[in-house]
Design a protein around this ligand. Sequence first.
Ligand code: GDP
Ligand code: IMO
Ligand code: MG
Length: 427
Amino acid sequence: MSGVVIIGAQWGDEGKGKIVDLFTERADVVVRFGGGPNAGHTLVVGGEKLVVRLTPSGVLRPSSRCVMAQGMVVDPWVLVAEIDMLEARGVRTAGRLFLSDRAHLVLPYHIAVDGLREERALFGSKIGTTKRGIGPCYEDKAARRGVRAGDLRDMGRVEDLVRGAIAAWEPVLRALGGEPPKVADVMERVALIAERVTPMLAETSRMIDAALRKNERVLFEGAQGTLLDLDHGTYPFVTSSTAVAAGACVGSGIGPTRVGRVLGVTKGYATRVGEGPFPTELHDALGERIRNQGGEFGSVTGRPRRTGWLDLPALRYAARVNGLDSLAVTKLDVLSGIEEIQVCTAYDTPSGRTDDLPLDALSSAKPVYEAVEGWPGSIRAAKTMEELPAAARAYLARIEAAVGVPIDLVSVGPDREATIVVREVFV
Ligand code: GDP
Ligand code: IMO
Ligand code: MG
């Protein structure tokens, strides 16, 4: 059996959590391979809502093992709090939640730098980050001075690494008007959680490989989205990790031949949180209506998400850079009652009209829209494509035709049950 990768095809928050949770009914292992507590994946079961930031969305199914692989940056205090929250809800994690020895730790100075940079916006423009220390932590990783989860087995080593990192960040913190933290204070905090984290440590690449060899079903859960990817997104308004499907290989230590299928998740419209170009953004009452109907407020920061029409060139781009086999279209119910839906089919640029996403000229490119008929009334009870109004089916068909990728799943509400499964991902 080869693995299935599920990734965000837009700017994050596409509903990956719901889709992963749904499919983990049939998964043995669920792997997060990138990002950190900047992610917020919402799971709704029986009307009850829960947001996970570090643990894979398979955590609610007692039969699945959950892996936080080495491409992740893990804030150990957030992790411990998340585990406590899950245990308080009766979700057992001991013996089924594993953390790669090589995942990097987000430490207090990363969060301090991230926050101050956003407030001062001294070095270039503001990104609108989640201020969770993600960028500075990946910077330490690339600078080869990061602290990895496995280092927690040796507190002397952690102390040396923390001392070195604080020395490196000190001039930056001071230039931003901040103070470097004291090594002893950081170590005191680390000591409080080290014993909670070390029992979870594992050589996760080997673990995932063994599962695949045993023909177990392995799901790789993306975080963020294609257009937030460090290499393939709207740079510099991106996150600092690999959010595209290939990140599943690099971030978890499996080869590309082990990936059998890639599913991209997109909303029926578009959202973005933070700064950066968003050509199909709506600044009017309709945008506000979509925000309210769709509950488009950040699951990590509570920030209102920017809303807009679906961008087909962007989706085609996502299909290309991720090698999408299929699509899951979420939040179709949010569009119910809008008389005329617009969809961006192309862009006008100084050099003419193009069907491609002009990734490096997005702020000046003008979206070309096509009007699509809307549908009245709720579609939340639909269980099959046939139960959807004809106009909703036509909208989905328009997306499929434009992207050239089949739609395997349509989500019509936040709950597990509100889903139309056209084709199972594990085939
Ligand atoms: P993720 O980061 O991709 O996992 O997505 P988030 O959890 O940050 O944001 C998606 C939001 O949409 C959450 O509040 C979900 O409960 C909600 N959601 C997911 N699918 C649907 C859907 O089909 N309809 C509606 N109305 N809400 C949905
Ligand atoms: P999930 O997994 C939406 C955005 C931030 C900001 C940029 C960089 O829930 O889809 P960072 O804190 O990563 O340095 O911020 O990326 N961002 C997200 N937007 N969903 C996410 O995760 C995001 N993770 C980061 O808003 O624009
Ligand atoms: Mg989210």
